[in-house]
Design a protein around this ligand. Structure first.
Ligand code: ZN
Length: 472
């Protein structure tokens, strides 16, 4: 599926897309479009900003990618808060997964069957070919997105419209893959699932269930079926292939269950979520007990006010969780978060430190520990820790926002604005990043080297901004 936004820009305004005789977009061009679309999607309200869910998705996603016939290339997986069953690939290897897909699949292998199929669309360059063929129409729209994003930086009004469009985007006009593309994605997708040691036999089972559901419900086919038409022929084809593959019973990972519980616990009102999980636990209505208890604590911690009785209930659950899965990163993070909320700062900090020794690149732990350091008046330690973490993991806006906050707590103006500029830049907001660097320049602290670094960075961003304005 390709997202197509309103054609707000005429074809004459489009950036140069290279030689029209090319049959495929270059990977660099594809990535450029993907990044432009992602900048919009990330700022739309349906994008799920949750480190635990995103980490899980990328972990299993990369495991599948590593087992592709032709691995390599850029991949990034993200979740869209939407109860419909869907997954889609964007140019540049960005793969979006609706929370509804994660929650509806009855096993991890079923879920990953769909992801394997999307990965295959990317590795087989179906999008790039389609975009090249549709150069006049489809690609023009994609280019329009990029231009709209660039324009949005200088016009707040246009930016509003673009955001609204991005929110609606996953539902809007899509390009369908050809039958041949579908068949190829099915074939390669199954290979990927098989090589990654998941159960390929789950794949046709899920597709069949999807198809049955589409016949039962009058609301029309699930969105996934609209972009990846599931014909009887296609399902039969998948069943045939699978019948030749060995049967394998693969238990779902604990992370799969925890992530599903987390999605449910984060949905709707906190009190509603608390009731949902309390009932699941008391009536033993769960597929996985650890996940039900985990979801209950996540829901409890969402409440603005945490009563003594909530803390006691949460501690009781966490004790059981730690007995059943002592080294799980999501459970360790939850434990630390609970103790911080219960104002047991030293206990919380020490749980974070212990967990980070096991999982030094885990984003939920990095975010949580640096926030905990700041809450306990150790902003300087937070900056040092964030700098060490930035050497280990890819930069993201949240890391720089935390860094900006830690500098602000120490009254460091220049450093605060400089970190804020990097956060904004990572969010694709160039003009706001430039503004922050100007604030950094105008601040009266910072040594000679820091001031020179700010000036150099500002010159760099201004040059990029000028280039973009010329291209438009
Ligand atoms: Zn497909």
């Amino acid at each position: 599926m390709i997202l197509l936004l309103a054609r707000t820009v005429g074809a004459q305004d489009l950036p140069d897309l290279g030689d029209a005789s090319q049959s495929t977009l270059s990977q660099a061009q594809e990535l450029m479009y993907g990044k432009a679309i992602m900048a919009q999607i990330r700022s739309s309200p349906s994008y799920l900003h949750d480190a635990e869910v995103t980490d899980y998705l990328n972990q299993v996603g990369y495991r599948l990618v590593a087992n592709c016939p032709d691995p390599g290339g850029h991949f990034e997986f993200f979740v869209i808060k939407d109860e419909s069953i869907n997954a889609f690939a964007l140019p540049g290897g960005f793969i979006g997964v609706h929370s509804g897909l994660l929650l509806t699949a009855q096993s991890e292998s079923e879920f990953l069957g769909v992801i394997g199929h999307e990965i295959a669309h990317v590795t087989q360059r179906h999008l790039a070919r389609m975009m090249a063929v549709q150069r006049k129409t489809g690609l023009a729209s994609l280019a329009a997105i990029a231009v709209a994003i660039l324009a949005a930086r200088s016009s707040p009004q246009l930016s509003q419209g673009a955001l609204a469009a991005a929110a609606a985007a996953p539902l809007q006009a899509q390009l369908n893959y050809s039958r041949d593309n579908e068949r190829e994605a099915d074939r390669i997708g199954l290979q990927i699932v098989q090589k990654s040691d998941y159960d390929v036999h789950a794949v046709p089972v899920f597709f069949e269930r999807l198809q049955r559901a589409s016949q039962i419900y009058r609301g029309g086919a699930p969105s996934y079926l609209r972009t990846h038409p599931l014909t009887f022929e296609r399902i039969a084809d998948i069943q045939n292939r699978v019948s030749e593959m060995p049967y394998r019973q693969v238990p779902d990972s604990l992370a799969f269950h925890l992530v599903r519980a987390r999605l449910t616990a984060l949905d709707g009102s906190p009190s509603g979520a608390v009731v949902t999980f309390r009932e699941r636990i008391s009536h033993k209505k769960y597929a996985n007990e650890v996940a039900a208890r985990y979801g209950y604590v996540v829901a409890l911690l969402r409440q603005d006010v945490l009563e003594e009785v909530d803390i006691a209930a949460a501690r009781g659950q966490v004790d059981t969780l730690l007995e059943k899965a002592p080294d799980d990163p999501m459970i360790l993070a939850l434990h630390a978060q609970l103790e911080m909320r219960a104002e047991q700062t030293q206990v919380g900090l020490s749980i974070y430190r212990q967990a980070l020794r096991l999982y030094p690149t885990r984003r939920s732990l990095i975010y949580g520990y640096s926030a905990a350091l700041m809450n306990s008046g150790r902003a300087r330690a937070a900056v040092e820790f964030l700098d060490r973490s930035l050497d280990r993991v890819a930069p993201d806006p949240r890391l720089y926002e935390l860094k900006a906050k830690a500098h602000a707590l120490q009254g460091q103006q220049l450093r605060q604005h400089r970190a804020r500029a990097e956060a904004l830049l990572l969010k694709g907001n160039l003009s706001a990043a430039i503004e922050q660097l100007r604030f950094a320049q105008a601040s009266d602290d910072g040594d000679f080297y820091e001031r020179s670094a700010v000036n150099a960075r500002l010159r760099e961003l201004i040059a990029v901004d000028a280039q973009l304005r010329r291209d438009n």
